[in-house]
Design a binder for this molecule. Sequence first.
Ligand SMILES: Nc1ncnc2c1ncn2[C@@H]1O[C@H](COP(=O)(O)OP(=O)(O)OP(=O)(O)O)[C@@H](O)[C@H]1O
Length: 254
Amino acid sequence: MAKQPIITVKNLVKKYGDFTAVNDISFEVYEGEIFGLLGPNGAGKTTTLEIIETLRDKTSGEIIVDGFSIDKDAGSIKKRIGVQLQAAGYYPNLNLSELIDLFSGLYGVKVTALAMLEKVSLTDKAKAKYKELSGGQKQRFSIATTLINNPRIVFLDEPTTGLDPQARRNLWDLIREIRDNGTTVVITTHYMDEAEILCDRVAFVDGGNIIGINTPDNFIDELVATGFEREKQVKKANLEDVFINKTGKALREE
Ligand SMILES: Nc1ncnc2c1ncn2[C@@H]1O[C@H](COP(=O)(O)OP(=O)(O)OP(=O)(O)O)[C@@H](O)[C@H]1O
């Protein structure tokens, strides 16, 4: 079946004064995939995401999200996407359940707070405040808030930064589940192991340019075909394998 683009970015440019942060990039995200934007600090990933999310103005270019043009119909795009809020948006006196109720009210949709928390395995924290959560729980809660309006696409900006190996794996499972339930996922990450395992396709961004888009497998095969060979790994496991082996796969956040 032909892949259907759900996001089309054409010749996107973003300048901050004289500085060009995004330099005429074009790419498509296909419906139902996990698409990764990878690149060093300052490459332009967050700027690109926030323009697609309608949170930042572009300098020029064209963006279509789920059939809607960002120039003509940003409101329809907002309704169809899920975006992680900055932690500052989580009113400190409300518990998780109350926060979900508040957000669903703002979106004008009816959801059951416990059902949303169930999706991210946080029902036992329904009465807890955001600040009382561990790093992994905070990320899971933040992902739950992106799902409230039953979006067609969710955007996750470095969702696993700072998490321990168990929480990271748990979040990968959650992100795959979101994709398998029919929601397209756009993610940024600095972890290449994560992108290789999780993303269906990735784009490398550097200095405001896209320097390649492909599946992780094809990228690796292309490099190997040039004669590249990684230094031989003499050991069959690494320290992370030891960590997981000794501490188990279960989440340690209670
Ligand atoms: N509001 C702004 N005003 C001026 N320059 C900005 C602004 N926002 C971002 N930039 C610059 O644009 C460039 C791209 O920033 P951006 O945050 O998009 O990078 P990034 O790829 O997401 O980086 P990171 O991996 O560090 O999050 C950087 O050089 C940054 O300093």
